[in-house]
Design a protein around this ligand. Sequence first.
Ligand code: SF4
Ligand code: SF4
Length: 246
Amino acid sequence: MIQGWIQYYGRFYKRQLKSYPGLLDRLPFKLSPKYSGVVIMMFLDPENPIATCESDSCDDCAINNDLHCHFSLKDWIYFLFIAFPPFLLGGAGIYYMNSWLLIPWIIFVVAFFGLIEIRVMCSHCPHYAESLTSLKCWANYGSLKLWKYRPGPMSIIEKTIFFAGFAIVWGYPLTFLILSKQIFLLLVYSITTVGFFMTLIYFMCSQCMNFACPLNQVDEKVRNQFFDKNHIIAEAWGKCGNSAPN
Ligand code: SF4
Ligand code: SF4
């Protein structure tokens, strides 16, 4: 049934692809023609600027390589690859103590990333301004856009909720691993969690277009260049874009 579903949508999206000549060649990997259309349409068209951007084209954009305005399957897989190990290891530690205690953690993780984090952090992201019903980015792919887009910085309350949620998501399993003295699992969990945040901050937050996020590492020069092309966002940040968009 799943195979049939993929083939049906593959044929549908391959027809749509005729509107995007050359797009397949830009993929960083080669796919079977049966699935390539599906994969491309899962993300924004990299040929076109994002909804908030006033440029006519991303070609020759000076910050195209410094900021991640578009996402791909490769970005998504990369994120899942670094994010999932702590969840699997932490879940195993909780399960070892009492499998029922997994339930509140799973409910909180789903509610936090599906509802709360989306409201306090993602609703400030330029990607949230796209006219899509769900997010098509690397970290929260598929989450429904239930809130309205709020360009501009996060408030102190939003940042507090953001960090408190992180503390619960990653701190809950840590507590069980310490209390049950699962030393090996505790060590691997700690290494993968620290590795996740270091990789996230150095390789992803350094290129993320959501300047409102407290983890964002994009420097001032690139931010100002982005503001020059995204005046709605510049105004929300109290900045004035001085140069004309390319
Ligand atoms: S700032 Fe605009 S033109 Fe530049 S890469 Fe992002 S969407 Fe494209
Ligand atoms: S902040 Fe990150 S996870 Fe949230 S919408 Fe923007 S790119 Fe996606």
